[in-house]
Design a protein around this ligand. Sequence first.
Ligand code: SF4
Length: 329
Amino acid sequence: MKPFSYVRATSQGTAIQTVAGDQKAKFIAGGTNLLDLMKEGVMQPDRLVDITRLPLEKVETISGGVRIGALARNSDVANNKLIRDRYPLLSQALLAGASPQLRNMATMGGNLMQRTRCYYFYDTAMPCNKRSPGSGCAAIEGYNRIHAIFGTSDKCIATHPSDMCVALAALDAMVRVEGPNGERQIPISEFHRLPGDTPEIDTVLGRDELIMAVDLPESRFARASHYLKVRDRTSYAFALVSVAAALDIDNGTIRGARVAMGGVAHKPWRAIAAEQILVGAKANAQTFQAAAEATVREAKPYQYNAFKVEMSKRAIALAIATAAEGTTA
Ligand code: SF4
């Protein structure tokens, strides 16, 4: 690993100033992804600014919703009573990710910022536009079984690895950040980027902006929601396909619907076509199937990941049906 210096931030202001003043400095919290990337030589910051002592761990109510501090640990959020009662979808998604040990270290902010698990991205001997812009993409003609089927470009077909962010997409979360120019709020749907011509840029967050919290608006979806994750192993594996489904059903008719997917795109993929079919329709198997089929119509598979199209269709229909039962099992 390349040598680096380490400083522990004592306030949000000094943390932001330190990173703003040093192009090669990075924030570090749980370090569950960044340290791996540094060991592999994929990321090589000269300085790490440790933010773990900043007071950003609270989970608290705010006008109708809940605010989760950026440094709240994934395991604490998943088991928090407010989250379990009001946003069981988020709790399920968090518990579907990583392992208990990693969830005890990983923070909300770090989860938002984790980078793709494309194996070519981690292999510094291979071309990768995300790691080394302009070098090419080894996955497009390579072994692309885990790669994206939506929103790809001819520069990158990587997927976003987070489960948590898929639930946040379905819940319309807002990311609160602070930088040298003050605070701003970023809707989760705009926080992560599609690859386009610049796959090296994962998010719209400025290099010197610090994530402060994630705000969840009041939700009508607590009772009828479900997170379904399909993966190669039953634990400690990234999603091949995942679906966060949340419904508001009144007397058999769907009044509101949220469907988001993981493992299929460079960002959490909101299935807008599915939601449009669901809202106003009867909550039955035909509706769920139609929503699933509409979603995969725009899929563009590659040589080894065509199975994700059918898998997505089945996962969407099953996740929605399970949500409709009002069960979180
Ligand atoms: Fe790199 Fe993206 Fe291609 Fe993977 S898919 S090799 S991350 S450019």
